[in-house]
Every structure is written in C-alpha cells, then in structure tokens.
Design a protein around this ligand. Sequence first.
Ligand SMILES: CC(C)(COP(=O)(O)OP(=O)(O)OC[C@H]1O[C@@H](n2cnc3c(N)ncnc32)[C@H](O)[C@@H]1OP(=O)(O)O)[C@@H](O)C(=O)NCCC(=O)NCCS
Length: 331
Amino acid sequence: MRRSRILSTGRYLPPKVVTNHDLARIINTNDQWIQERSGIVERRFVEGEVGASDLGFEAAKIAIDRAGIKPNDIDMIIFATLSPDHTFPGPGCLLQKMLDMPGKAVVDIRNQCTGFMYGMSIADQFIKTGMFDKILVVGAEVHSTGLEFADSGRDVTVLFGDGGGAMVIGVSDNPDRGILSTHLHADGRGFKDLWIEAPNSRCMPRITHQMIDEGRQWPKMNGRNVFKGAVTHLPEVINEALTANDVKLEDIAYLIPHQANMRINQFVAHKLGYPQEKVWHNIQRYGNTTAATLPLCLDEMLEQGVVKDNDLLMFAAFGAGFTWGSALVRW
Ligand SMILES: CC(C)(COP(=O)(O)OP(=O)(O)OC[C@H]1O[C@@H](n2cnc3c(N)ncnc32)[C@H](O)[C@@H]1OP(=O)(O)O)[C@@H](O)C(=O)NCCC(=O)NCCS
C-alpha cells in the first residue's frame, strides 16, 4: 500500500495581538493567573468581518505554493473547525470557491481540538488506498467573535485565539518516510464538559431571546474534567502509536501536542518520562487555536529548521467531544 507524507505547510495569524493585560482591562482576570494556569501570554484576534475560511485561505495559499502545485492539482479539501463561517454549508466549500477549484471533493470536520488530527488521518486513508494523490488539510478558527467577554466566561475566554494552518498531504516517494500511523478515539460521555448549547436543533426556534439572555450561546467548560481527560488520554494514545510502530519514546525527536494548556503538555511529558525541551510549544503567543494548532506548530518548526530528515515526530491532540488521537510521522 502507498504511504502518505506531508508535502508542505502554511500558516496565517491575524495581525492584531491581544495580551493578557488587554483582556484584564475588559474582564476580571490578570496576566499572572493566565500565565500560571495556561502558559498563555498573548493571542491573535481578527478585526472586521473575517471568518474561519478567510484564515484558512491565507494558510492554504502558502501551503499550496510551497508544495509547488496549483489549487487544481488538489483532489480534496478537508476543513476542520469548530467556528465555521456559517452553520451550513461548511467552510470547506467556501475555501474551494476562494481557491477556484470547482468540482473537487470537500469534507468538513467538526472535531474541535482533534479536528486537524482526524483530517490528517482521513487524508492518509484516501492517499493510502490510491483514491486521491493530493489533499489539502486546513484547520482554522475565529474564536474571538464567539467568546464571552464578561466575568462569567473568563475561564474559557482567556484560553482561545484565532489562526489558520494548512498542510498539503501527498504520496511519499520513500515507503519508510511519511505518516506511519494515526490512532483516533472519542468518548461522548464528555460531551457537556466543553460545549456550546445554542443554537440547537432540539429547540424551535434554535435560539431565542431567552437563551441569549441566559448566555447559552457562549462556550462552557468543566476545566478540571478537560484537564483530567487530556492528561489521561494523551499518554495512552502516544503509547498506542509507539507500540503499533515498535518505536521507543526516546526515538521521538519532537512531541508536537495540541496547545490547549502548557501545563497539560508539561504534565503529559512528565507522565511519559519524555524530555520537556523536546515538547513543542507555541501557546504562549497564540493561545488555544483549536483545529489550527498542529499545522501552526509544524509550520513554525520547519521555518526554524529544527526538523531534520528521518526525525520521528509524534503529533497528539485532545479536545471537546471528548475526542483525541495521535499521528506518528517520519520526516
Ligand atoms: C481552566 C483551568 C486553567 C483552570 O485552572 P485551575 O487551576 O483548575 O483553576 P481552579 O479551578 O483551581 O481555580 C479557578 C479559580 O480561578 C478563577 N478563575 C477562573 N478563570 C479565571 C481567569 N480567567 N482569571 C482569573 N481567575 C479566574 C475561578 O473563578 C476560581 O476562583 P475561586 O477559586 O475563587 O472559585 C484548568 O482547569 C485547565 O487548564 N483546564 C483545561 C482547559 C483546557 O485545556 N481547555 C481547552 C481544551 S481543548
């Protein structure tokens, strides 16, 4: 069977920087609390009418260009986001229109912080089977228009930022290099530990003035359960990838985890016995960018030249649903 590999990456962050101090001027929080609890120093917010598809478009253009191809060389777009421009259709079709590649397949993924991981895995399957040769996987989020800028939402609001990332995934010319495995999981028992209740198709109409007055349109999180779920399942799914590939933890050049909280990632490395200096972090500058996080991380690593040929990279993510997964890549 063919092996897939990451041909290129791209990223786009909106220029507006919002520091913890900026947030502390609007809501009852402070820089020390945010940094101690999450590691976040600043994040980016969009300005004006900018949607997830716009951030994804900017990142996608860079990834496509770096792959040395044209949009029409792509067979399928996979777009992961929890902040789609509209309820339907998903932003994948909007992006396809922006890239002017009508007729090509589009998949929209709703798997939150694990969305990009699921996207990578789906791309891997389509390429392995020979159905498609080049797939654009995009993760992009505009969180800032959906956060509650009031004290009641401060636990969630301080954690999230906007951004977009992309990868072009294609066929590897070396069967030993590329995406070696992906492992995906979910547990719907955590559904309400991190969610937005409204709008909601169980209600007629889906959103009411009363629901808005009660703040049901804002994200709600049971932070402790999320933390517990992440530090339990991330080591599990990393070990699953190691076992499946008969690889040792010490052979992993970098652990590239989803950036929900620096403390989660430090805890995971500690639990595994993995060196903290080999865990990639960018949460300080961007906060939690959800589906955009993994491509943002890899794009920065490639730009900084830290990834060498044949390095083993362990990607891992955990998020709302709950959903989680890992991908082992030999670069
Ligand atoms: C959210 C999280 C940072 C909270 O950290 P914590 O150490 O568990 O915090 P605690 O719950 O012990 O303390 C919360 C206290 O801080 C307060 N607090 C909450 N948000 C705050 C903020 N932004 N600024 C200041 N204080 C805040 C609470 O009101 C509470 O005060 P109280 O003790 O007087 O009631 C932590 O649970 C976490 O990281 N969870 C995972 C979150 C995550 O990763 N989400 C994304 C998932 S994909």
